[in-house]
Design a protein around this ligand. Structure first.
Ligand code: SF4
Length: 389
């Protein structure tokens, strides 16, 4: 009996992993009536960094994620041409593909810390969000100076998503207000991890110092004894001696995200990172961090779908051999990005091949994928690692 229950749960998780694969490859159709009827009952899109919702007015509330049976969270990207749709079937929320039911699902609730204001009167939703089920997330700078000089990463839409007068988020956030947010989230929500991201500054020492000022301000407001239990994503500083501060201030998993492989693709797709920091500087900085942290702690993320799958797999191998864990998000065209309308989306075979190779790498080196299936909403690394796909 007990074994039957385990088997049933496992089968449901396999089904959910397949549905998540379809959702991340194809996106889903908009359903304004459904979302109107459920307003404020789901965690809505936050638009702090990116926008993969085609044909959706940013002022209308739409869900940012959904959760499938077996604790598998998927990002929701709205695309009018998707064969996937959602509907309410007498109180049960259903996902269908061309009229065939794929799964039931639920939306994730709004984080409770969104009900509060900082001492300066800022609504906390303008400062941070919950990523997946229980991972606090904010961008210290919801913008990027690389875009200002024409060197933005080709897949990135941060400038058109955020940098505008009526932006729904605070573009440059102060360490003290972020510390208040961490305090609220620790007290009112279950948080197990955190993700802290840029954007980037042309002066990478300035970017690094801005990150460290926030890390120092928040580390004792979080529930992990001064540790930053999660990921801090940034570009390495020009001054190499600064790197040890990440280790000293308790950051569990710093990452410098190369996004694509090899170097020639990096120079083209991530021209700002290449121009203002440089591929060899990033590789050298990985070596320094691995010296402090040991192998299997530092991360490097890629975007799956921008280069041929063979190149992506070579990137996973090369990074893993340096002692760094590779990860990947699935490419989704973003409104306002350079590649939004020009690059076709990866298909399901591409994604399965890429993550199967990543899982082989993890097993070979004794690494673990980032976070877990309830957090990593735009990736299938955990699902493939667990053998669900
Ligand atoms: S570094 Fe690239 S991906 Fe990151 S915010 Fe700037 S342009 Fe976007």
């Amino acid at each position: 009996m007990y074994e039957d229950i385990i088997l049933t749960t496992e089968n449901r998780r396999r089904d959910s992993a397949r549905v998540k694969l379809k959702l991340l490859v194809h996106g889903v159709q908009d359903n304004p009536e459904l979302f109107q009827s459920l307003s404020f009952k789901f965690k809505e899109e936050h638009y702090a960094y990116d926008n993969g919702n085609w044909g959706v007015d940013k002022n209308r509330l739409v869900p940012t994620e959904l959760i499938l049976p077996g604790n598998i969270v998927s990002k929701v990207h709205f695309r009018p041409d998707s064969p996937i749709s959602m509907r309410n079937d007498g109180g049960l929320l259903i996902i269908e593909e061309a009229g065939r039911v794929l799964s039931d699902f639920e939306f994730l609730p709004r984080p409770r810390f969104w009900d509060y204001h900082t001492s300066l009167g800022t609504t906390t939703k303008r400062l941070a969000q919950m990523y997946g089920k229980n991972c606090l997330n904010f961008n210290i700078f919801s913008g990027c100076q690389y875009h200002d000089t024409g060197f933005g990463c080709q897949f990135c839409s941060v400038t058109s998503t955020v940098t505008r007068k009526d932006s729904s988020v605070v573009i440059k956030k102060s360490p003290s207000e972020l510390a208040e947010v961490c305090d609220f989230a620790s007290k009112h929500d279950q948080i197990d991890h955190i993700i802290i991201t840029g954007g980037s500054y042309i002066d990478s020492d300035r970017e690094f110092d801005a990150h460290m000022a926030v890390i120092r301000a928040i580390r004792h407001k979080l529930p992990w004894d001064g540790r930053i239990r999660g990921n801090v994503s940034l570009m390495p500083p020009q001054t190499e001696s600064k790197l040890i501060e990440l280790y000293q201030e308790g950051v569990d998993h710093p990452s410098f995200n190369l996004e694509v492989w090899p170097q020639t693709a990096f120079e083209k797709v991530c021209s700002g990172k290449s121009h203002y920091v440089g591929f060899s500087k990033i590789i050298k900085s990985f070596e320094i961090l691995v010296h402090h942290y040991g192998a299997g702690r530092v991360w490097c993320n890629f975007v799956a779908g921008l280069v041929p799958v063979e190149d992506l797999m070579k990137g996973f191998d090369a990074i893993a051999e340096m002692g760094v864990i590779p990860g990947a998000n699935i490419f989704h065209p973003e409104v306002g990005s350079h590649l939004g309308n020009t690059l076709s989306r990866p298909n399901e075979d591409f994604i399965i091949r890429a993550y199967s190779h990543a899982a082989d790498v993890y097993h070979r080196f004794g690494y673990k994928p980032f976070f877990n299936t309830a957090i990593l909403r735009n990736s299938l690394a955990n699902e493939v690692y667990e053998g669900l796909i």
